[in-house]
Design a protein around this ligand. Structure first.
Ligand SMILES: [Zn+2]
Length: 407
């Protein structure tokens, strides 16, 4: 059935401009055309005085599992089935917040994300389109492992699926993860903040290992996203040819220039620290942890500003799962505080992230042939409103609409 959505304003993320009085014609789950609102006979959903943008994309979520609490032993206390069911509200909250597409970059228990992606695609679960990593590729005891157990405790295989030791072995890990349904490969290039005993800045994979992973993944049409906090780990990953750098807490000018030269995307979760500052004391964080949070956040935001100045491709990744799903739209305003215009922030969370995923032919802009994934906020373009969108359409179906209630 052909129908249309009419809106007072439409954010054209390709042209970086706002168009007025637009009509988006939709057939089935796809966009047929967009243009001035005139000369259409079919059914029209008139959204009125709103600003419409493409469905938002988060490059860095963890939809699977029970909310994070920093205690990795929890992972062993929950069955895979319980984790899968617990991810259902996470997927729904993400979609209702306007994120119609996510790249889900890892789960400690391998391939629960693959099952969630397939359940959403089959219509069993309400959620965003997902590209999933399947498992973390990590060194033993590194940032992608469950750590903190006694040395003689053996963690079950499904939690060690991506454990790698050498250049040859990393190829095998990549291959197996792809064969089990992953859309991309997630490498843990440096230590992680939450993983017990790992050092966030320390490199954990060699450049040769990462290069082998990138090459192996490419044979199957896949690409690599690298978790990297430390400067050395970032540079190794960029030189090895990864598609995106996640977090990038300690990004210096040389690393920013290297990313710009290689066309590497930045997926920096620069809002999350505000959430910890806001809720940390009630969650039991002590003064020392809060001070570290502030320092790391400032370093990461300084790196983000450097990347913007260096012309790095800026994507939108938030690490949702570390904080409640559905709040990630708040990061758009943080990105505006640190160097982007509001339209550039929306472009990061739509077109640029779609390009990073290799999905620009289906999502990320409002153009003929793409999925009819739309969000709307009341009134003029105000980036803070995108933290809580009023209207969400995924594949031509309205999944959220509070516009009438608001007016
Ligand atoms: Zn993460």
């Amino acid at each position: 059935m052909t129908r249309a959505v009419r809106c007072a304003r439409l954010v054209d993320v390709v042209g970086e401009r706002v168009l007025t009085d637009q009509l988006i014609v939709i057939e089935g789950d796809r966009i047929v055309s967009t243009g001035p609102a005139a000369g259409f006979d079919g059914e029209v959903v008139d959204l009125g005085d709103v600003t419409v943008a493409p469905g938002l994309i988060d490059l860095h979520t963890h939809l699977v599992g029970v909310a994070a609490c920093g205690d990795y032993a929890q992972e062993l206390k929950h069955s895979a089935a319980r984790q899968a069911f617990a991810s259902i509200p996470n997927a729904r909250d993400t979609l209702l917040a306007g994120f119609t597409t996510v790249r889900d970059v890892g789960t400690f228990r391998a391939f629960v994300d693959v099952a969630l992606r397939d359940a959403i695609d089959a219509g069993h679960v309400l959620g965003p389109r997902m590209a999933v990593a399947g498992a973390y590729v990590t060194v033993r005891g590194g940032g992608g492992m469950l750590t903190g157990f006694a040395p003689d405790v053996e963690v079950p295989k499904e939690f060690r699926f991506g454990e790698t030791r050498s250049v040859d072995d990393i190829r095998e890990r990549v291959r197996e993860i792809v064969f089990h349904g992953a859309d991309l490969i997630k490498l843990i290039a440096t230590g992680a903040v939450l993983a017990n005993g790992t050092v966030p800045g320390a490199p954990e994979l060699t450049e040769a290992q990462m290069r082998a992973a990138v090459e192996e993944a490419s044979w199957y049409g896949r690409y690599v996203a690298a978790h990297a906090h430390g400067t050395e780990g970032i540079k190794r990953a960029v030189r090895a040819g990864v598609r995106s750098i996640e977090h990038a807490c300690f990004l210096d000018d040389e690393a920013a220039d290297l990313m710009a030269a290689h066309g590497t995307y930045l997926s920096a979760d620069i809002w999350w620290a505000d959430w910890i500052r806001e809720t940390g004391p009630s969650q039991g964080y002590d003064a020392e942890q809060l001070r570290k949070n502030d320092e790391t956040a400032e370093a990461q935001r300084e790196g983000f500003r450097k990347a913007v100045r260096a012309g790095v491709k800026i994507g939108f990744g938030t690490d949702a799962g570390g904080f409640p799903h559905g709040l990630q739209g708040r990061q758009l305003a943080t990105m505006v505080e640190h160097g982007l215009t509001p339209i550039q922030a929306l472009k990061a969370a739509t077109l640029t992230s779609a390009e990073c995923m290799g999905w620009a032919d289906r999502v990320g802009s409002i153009a003929p042939g793409l999925y009819a994934d739309l969000v709307a906020v009341p009134g003029e373009l105000d980036i803070t409103k995108f933290a809580d969108v009023a209207f969400v359409m995924k594949g031509g179906e309205v999944v959220e609409n509070t516009l009438r209630a608001a007016s």
